[in-house]
Design a protein around this ligand. Structure first.
Ligand SMILES: Cc1cc2nc3c(=O)[nH]c(=O)nc-3n(C[C@H](O)[C@H](O)[C@H](O)COP(=O)(O)OP(=O)(O)OC[C@H]3O[C@@H](n4cnc5c(N)ncnc54)[C@H](O)[C@@H]3O)c2cc1C
Length: 427
């Protein structure tokens, strides 16, 4: 491949939450970015997201927190119910403790609001060029640039490549090799719907998240869109699978699966018109996240089961840390005599060294979240004696003890990660 010039953009493949956040983070640090998305109209299917203080710090750094204030719901508490009896097992206060302990709120919002805000911000930034209808199938990384290709052989070149293609990333195998790389079905599905709040019983319209724990199933719901809609997710032990997002599901199937659950929950589930079902997959921790000038980000690097509500948060954190790491590497590009100078482009930047540092900063944390999330899934779906023991512990243990177990997740500040003394050299 020929040498790149100073304005050569960083290519980002995939304009989901992670890809958009990465493009914005890099553009804010002065890098030119070309963002390439498979879909003709980048968008998001309807469903909700919870975002904790760690994610909120990333949103602030990316300049979009303010845009979401009206759409987001600040959750006041998390209520945990026994799914069959409906009894409240525990109530963990989120507001004000989240703000007090971690300096940011705990939000619930519609994925479309988050994606829309990121997309709007990306479109405002001159440094970002967005190309849609582009399906990356392969890349080639050279000593001075990277090239990506579609199936038809069309090519785009850039200084580096960020692969943000989600769970089913087409190019991940080129980075980590083929062995053991197919996502594994987790034996669970997530069925999601949104219900207008006027159809929902008053207690469930309040700004709280609810989890109902039943044998082999659990249900999560919370309000989104400024409280106008309630997002409802039913997770079942299930054998239905396919290698893509979303399949329409009959309401009767969800209702039948939850027939042993408490009456208020069954009434809530029956109020929904349409359901989409997602099979859930896991992927073993990857041996590496980068190869030459190409690097993984978000679900492409560390798909995470949703039982800690952290997958999108980790993608946002990745984006902020990656932008910081590349920015620091750029400002430390050294001339032959060893003197430090600031350059305003990516020429001379050692991408492989910078990606190695980004991987060091991020891999341990993301793998820990993956493990804890999978463990939560097992605990949520307990049956028989383990279920009774779990419920007894939830009833008896003080809320602050449980909350303290999650400190390491919410305390994380992605804007400080690349600056901390333990973060290693900048390149
Ligand atoms: C039921 C459920 C509930 C969840 N709840 C939460 C929650 O409460 N909080 C939270 O933080 N996370 C949650 N998550 C996780 C979160 O949705 C994901 O972690 C997040 O969407 C990952 O973002 P991403 O950008 O890495 O990948 P994706 O969102 O999958 O985006 C990938 C993008 O790349 C594009 N693309 C794919 N392949 C190519 C290609 N070859 N070329 C070009 N473009 C390509 C796609 O079209 C898409 O736009 C949940 C997940 C599920 C399933």
């Amino acid at each position: 491949m020929s040498s790149t010039d100073e304005r050569s953009p960083i290519l980002v493949s995939g304009a989901g939450i992670g890809g958009l956040a990465a493009a914005i983070g890099l553009a804010q640090k002065g890098f030119a970015v070309r963002l390439l998305e498979r879909e003709k109209a980048p968008g998001e299917l309807g469903a909700g997201l919870q975002l904790g203080p760690n994610a909120l710090k990333a949103l602030t750094a990316l300049g979009i927190r303010g845009r979401l204030e009206g759409a987001a719901v600040e959750l006041q508490a998390l209520c945990i119910h026994d799914g069959r009896s409906g009894a409240e097992l525990a109530r963990w206060q989120l507001t004000p403790p989240m703000r007090a302990r971690f300096g940011a709120p705990y939000w619930a919002l519609h994925r479309r609001d988050l994606h829309g805000a990121l997309l709007a911000r990306a479109r405002e930034l001159d440094a970002i060029e967005i190309e849609t209808g582009w399906h990356t199938v392969a890349f080639e990384t050279g000593s001075r640039e990277v090239a990506i290709y579609t199936r038809e052989g069309t090519e785009r070149r850039g200084a580096a490549l960020v692969v943000a293609e989600g769970l089913w990333s087409a190019t991940r195998a080129q980075i980590v090799g083929e062995g053991g790389l197919r996502p594994q079905f987790a034996g669970k599905t997530a069925s999601r719907t949104l219900i207008p709040c006027e159809r929902v019983a008053a207690p469930f319209r309040a700004p709280c998240a609810h989890i109902w724990l039943g044998p082999n199933a659990h249900v999560v719901h919370y309000p989104v869109c400024g409280g106008r809609l309630v997002n409802l997710v039913v997770i079942l032990d299930d054998s239905w699978r396919r290698e893509s997002w979303g399949g329409v599901l009959e309401r009767s199937v969800v209702v039948a699966a939850l027939r042993h659950m408490a009456a208020p929950l069954r009434a809530l589930v029956s109020a929904a018109d349409s359901w989409l079902r997602w099979p859930l997959y896991t992927l073993a921790p990857l041996p590496r996240w980068y190869s030459g000038r190409a690097v993984l980000l978000g679900d492409a690097a560390h798909p995470t089961l949703p039982f800690l509500a952290q997958g999108a948060a980790l993608a946002l954190e990745d984006a902020v840390v990656l932008a910081d790491v590349l920015s620091q590497a750029r400002t430390q590009v050294r001339e032959g005599d060893g003197a430090s100078r600031v350059v305003s482009n990516s020429a001379g930047l050692d991408f492989a060294a910078a990606f190695a540092r980004y991987e060091r900063l991020r891999k341990e944390r993301t793998e820990r979240v993956q493990r804890r999330s999978a463990r939560n899934g097992a605990v949520y779906h307990m049956a028989g004696v383990p279920l009774r023991l779990r419920n007894a512990v939830l009833r008896a243990a003080p809320a602050r003890l449980f909350m303290a177990r999650y400190d390491w997740i919410y305390r994380y500040d992605p804007t400080a990660a690349a600056r901390s003394p333990s973060a290693g050299p900048a390149t």
